[in-house]
Write a protein that binds this ligand. Structure first.
Ligand code: GLN
Length: 204
């Protein structure tokens, strides 16, 4: 059976995730209304503008359904998606979902470095790889709760984190055709994050 993965399609670069999911043999589904969550097994919250997405999440009555969905399904957030998955965002215009026990500061890389790509070493349980990572007005993870694992570090700062079945990335794997995270979260060995983690300390 083909795995159907939702891509929250309210705003931002949701379409870019389709290709990666298709290459991995999965079916991408644009999710614009809460009822569409019933038909998917995982969800991507894409990059974009977290303040705008907050407004649209409110307008489409998505807040509670997204939290509920995350209790039993894997969610991946990239950039603005990471911001929305956080527990704390010191910006009143953003209403985060609390799927990852982290504090995230928006646009933390300063004006001069709006955007850059660099190599990143990533380790998720037994899976290790080296990938290009593109950061665009990227957020910074400034605090981590106990159950959160750091999956990648850039210049001593955590830029990819995992908690329970969820993953949050400060960068954009969909812009560099990096299928690694999509595969681990939603792929054939669905959610290897959990299966490979006998020493998991956090159970949400
Ligand atoms: N700066 C954006 C925000 O705060 C995130 C940028 C991105 O998703 N590339 O929402």
């Amino acid at each position: 059976m083909v795995v159907k993965v939702g891509v929250l399609s309210l705003q931002g670069d949701f379409a870019k995730h389709h290709r990666i999911l298709e290459v991995l043999g999965m079916e991408p589904v644009n999710v614009r209304y809460p009822r569409q969550l019933d038909g998917v097994e995982g969800l991507i919250i894409p990059g974009g503008e977290s303040t705008t997405m907050t407004k649209l999440i409110r307008r489409n009555h998505f807040f509670e359904p997204l939290i509920e969905f995350g209790k039993s399904n894997p969610v991946m957030g990239t950039c603005a998606g990471l911001i929305l998955m956080a527990t704390e965002v010191p910006d009143a215009r953003v209403n985060p979902l609390g799927l990852l026990d982290i504090t995230v500061e928006r646009n933390a890389y300063g004006r001069q470095v709006h955007s850059f790509t660099d190599a990143l070493k990533v380790s998720v349980n037994q899976h290790h790889t080296r990938i290009p990572a593109t950061f665009i007005r990227a957020p910074k993870i400034t605090a981590l709760g106990d159950g959160v694992r750091v999956v990648a570090v850039y210049r001593d700062e955590p830029v990819a984190v995992q908690q329970d079945k969820h993953i949050g990335l400060a960068f954009h794997p969909e812009l560099d055709d990096v299928p690694f995270f999509h595969n681990i979260l939603f792929g054939s060995q669905t959610n290897t994050l959990i299966q490979d983690q006998p020493d998991r300390i956090h159970a949400a």
